[in-house]
Design a protein around this ligand. Structure first.
Ligand code: PXP
Length: 254
């Protein structure tokens, strides 16, 4: 049986982005996590990047103590990151690709091209009792490679869908058709991943405006959403921004 509604993990990286802009102590990532949980989020997601541009090592340790729902840490499959995960043991690790100068994660991890490294990382994380998700493009061969590497979950990259639905793009020219085709690509991937026994998450660039079509896909049982929620929180407060996204995640469900 599928869940009737998908879980929402709020990615709070950009609370730390504001803090790191001044290398100071506020806004508190811990306060942010607690507010998200109290507003009904099912979990907290953070990305510990190699360049430490937002989340810091200490944040992971503090969040591990404070988060009572579900702590999902995104990281590259490097020895440095795996040691941190083995020590702090978040509930889940999502393996993601990382390029030094990228503004944000650019597409999914190439599991096929980095199979041995990823399989080894998955084994280490599972041995430490950590649930393992791999962030991949919605492509059958990557899903199968993630399964063969031992992942328990795949997170389908919605970056392409986010690009196609940005602003009014989906309303012009063949924008609507292209966005609908991308939804179908994601749906097909989600069905395929479920058929292999994988749990299916989705994330990247999702917003209050574009999530409904994906929320209607029953195979997707988790969303990881950050930038849009934190952006809205500037104007309406974090608690309300989270509550609105929870409603948006549920709207597509039958
Ligand atoms: N999922 C993954 C794997 C990511 O790397 C990110 C960005 O850190 C997100 C979800 C959240 O993306 P956004 O901030 O665009 O909602």
């Amino acid at each position: 049986m599928f869940c009737m509604s998908a879980r929402l993990n709020v990615n709070i990286d950009h609370v730390a982005t504001i803090r790191e802009a001044r290398k100071t102590i506020e806004p508190s990532i811990i306060t942010a996590a607690v507010i998200c949980e109290q507003a009904g989020a099912n979990g907290i997601t953070v990305h510990l990047r190699g360049d430490r541009r937002h989340i810091q090592d200490r944040d992971i340790e503090l969040l591990r103590d404070v988060v009572t729902t579900y702590l999902n840490v995104e990281m590259a499959a490097t020895d440095e990151m795996l040691l941190i995960a083995e020590r702090t043991r978040p509930d889940a690790v999502s393996l993601v690709p990382e390029k030094p100068n990228e503004v944000t994660t650019e597409g999914g991890l190439d599991v096929i091209g980095n199979f041995d490294v990823i399989k080894n990382a998955v084994e280490r994380l599972k041995a430490a009792g950590v649930f393992v998700s791999i962030f991949i493009d919605p492509a059958a061969e990557q899903i199968e490679a993630a399964k063969n590497a031992g992942a328990q979950q795949v997170e389908l990259c919605t970056g392409e869908y986010a690009e196609l639905t940005l602003g009014s793009r989906a309303m012009h020219g063949d924008g609507e058709r292209r966005a609908a085709a991308e939804v179908e690509r994601i749906r097909t991937a989600a069905v395929h991943a479920r058929s292999l026994g994988l749990i299916v998450a989705a994330g990247h660039g999702l917003t209050y405006r574009n999530i409904a079509a994906l929320a209607a896909i029953p195979e997707i049982t988790e969303f990881n959403i950050g930038h849009n929620i934190i952006s809205r929180s500037v104007f309406v407060g974090l608690s309300q921004a989270v509550r609105e996204m929870i409603v948006a995640c549920h709207l597509g469900k039958p």
